[in-house]
Design a binder for this molecule. Structure first.
Ligand code: SF4
Length: 261
């Protein structure tokens, strides 16, 4: 049986779906006191509790998908590179037209850096990102027969590609049960108590250790979507969270004033 948090308010669990209104990127500062203590470590849940948490995520969203639009492994790689410190929605807005013209490394090189910059100029750090996209496209053509290599270590050697990007590509393009740790996964993992790691690499290792194999393929998407739409940075919506009584986060939020159960 899952362990029940003594700090949690007993409540009926209702399937609420993972999605709602996201608080990124313009969520307002919380004005009431005490403030939410972000990233405060919670008690580590038992293996049974972890199993139950992911069973519920699975029941709500059996096939969670990333929200970056792409048409193949190459455009996925480019989209993830462009998404650093940007929202998926903002990247999608820019890449919809871009990927119609350039969905392979050769076509991207033919487009040229200057034109690429014009397509992605609404995305933060677009000059650096345009440079990286051109450089990685050039390497794919020159060294990998224009294919995206299915190897995380090799992916990490491409310009603009870090471990998180490589993990996303390995998971979404090549079906590997990797754990890409972004700001949402980092925060949610700490709140639920899945990790007390101080950096993404430590959190990744904890998640790979504690999440049951049956759920590891989709785990990072469940955690991202949970963090993006429900367990938000400043205002987690604990009152409508499907795993509330399994989560030992000490600063759970109450329903907004006037909300009817
Ligand atoms: S939203 Fe859910 S997972 Fe996040 S802190 Fe609240 S109860 Fe825990």
């Amino acid at each position: 049986m899952p362990r029940i948090s003594r700090s949690a308010t007993p409540k009926t669990i209702r399937p609420s779906g993972l999605k709602g209104k996201s608080d990124e990127p313009n969520d307002k500062q919380q004005t009431t006191k005490p403030p939410i203590k972000r990233h405060r470590a919670s008690r580590r849940p038992s293996p049974d509790t972890i199993e139950e948490i992911f069973r519920r995520f699975h029941a709500l969203e059996p096939e969670p998908k990333g929200e970056l639009e792409h048409v193949n492994a190459y455009t996925l790689l480019v989209a993830v590179v462009l998404s650093a410190q940007a929202t998926d929605a903002g990247v999608n807005k820019a890449t919809r037209a871009l990927f119609k013209l350039a969905d392979t490394p050769e076509k991207m090189l033919a487009l040229g850096e200057e034109t690429l910059r014009q397509y992605i100029q609404t995305i933060g750090l677009y000059r650096t990102k345009a440079k990286n996209v051109m450089a990685l496209s050039e390497r794919l053509v020159r060294e990998f027969q224009s294919q995206v290599p299915a190897d995380r270590d090799v992916l990490e050697t491409l310009p603009g590609v870090g471990r998180k990007t490589a993990n996303v590509v390995m998971n979404m393009a090549f079906g590997q049960p990797t754990m890409a740790v972004d700001t949402h996964v980092f925060r949610v993992s700490h709140r639920i108590g899945l990790s007390k790691g101080k950096n993404p690499l430590a959190v990744e290792a904890d998640l790979l250790r504690c999440i049951p194999d049956a759920y590891s393929m989709h785990a990072h998407h469940w955690l991202i979507l949970h963090g993006r739409y429900l367990c938000k940075a400043r205002k987690p919506e604990c009152w409508r969270c499907s795993i509330s009584e399994l989560c030992s986060f000490p600063d759970k939020s109450e329903p907004p004033h006037g909300h009817r159960a």
